[in-house]
Design a protein around this ligand. Sequence first.
Ligand SMILES: [Zn+2]
Ligand SMILES: [Zn+2]
Length: 295
Amino acid sequence: VLYCSDGCRDSAWNLYHRVLCQGASVADPNHPTEKLKDAWRNMHYPPETSSIMLIARMIALVKQSDKKDQILSKFAEFCKSTVNEEEHIAHKLLGKEFQEQLEILRSLVCEAFYDEHVQQWFTPEGFRSLFALIGTNGQGVGTSSLSVWVHNCDALELSDEERQTLDAFIDQLYVDIEKESGTFLNCEGSGLYTFQSACNHSCQPNAEVTFPHNNFTLQMVAVQDIKAGEEICISYLDECDRERSRYSRQKALRENYLFNCNCSLCQSQIDDPDVTSEEEEEEEEEDEEQMQEDS
Ligand SMILES: [Zn+2]
Ligand SMILES: [Zn+2]
């Protein structure tokens, strides 16, 4: 791990790194932490921004702290349900396809970090809710210089033609990066933020999360005028998913965040057919083909 200053390194050491430090065995495949990281790399766990090391760091924070109750009550502020009883929704990670993975991760996390002060996190039920916690609250920390550059590009005043060329270039860039190094996420890690995680979702949000200082300091910025007393909402869906049909958006929100979205956009689209965006696109293509045949 690289730190920006001695102060940063010392504070990490005093808060959690004493537990997480692998020292000389950092590349030893038999080290319990390496085994855990390796297993994680080979799994595709939803959502992509969550990280097993976030769980490791939570455990380490408790382990190292002499005020364990304070830390635990901080974590208790986050929502960590795996089911929404009222609306009869269960988290995606309770699905069959993830059960086996979750059990493997649980035993590896136990092996690497078991601590009796948080033994409730190591039971199958407790481990699931820990996953639900980082899944529903984990915020990707967007500090990659590429994402800053893309963001700055968006702000440029360009002619339509220049805009199209630039957008096509950026799209291609992401495709090429993905070919080389797998899915590239505009984030260098994930974190938990008590204040931001208390914000509700809207498919037409009036605020967004930014990382203006290229570090983990999170800032919420209004994307439109907000009246006094109006609720501040952010989007839990990334930009791509936000463009999708009402049905697709609601499905993603139900599976990952356990609620039925009733935002103004969803309400205005209430009469839309229940099709996924893919189906919609296919239909559009068929329509186009039909029209070509007709003409
Ligand atoms: Zn270290
Ligand atoms: Zn909505």
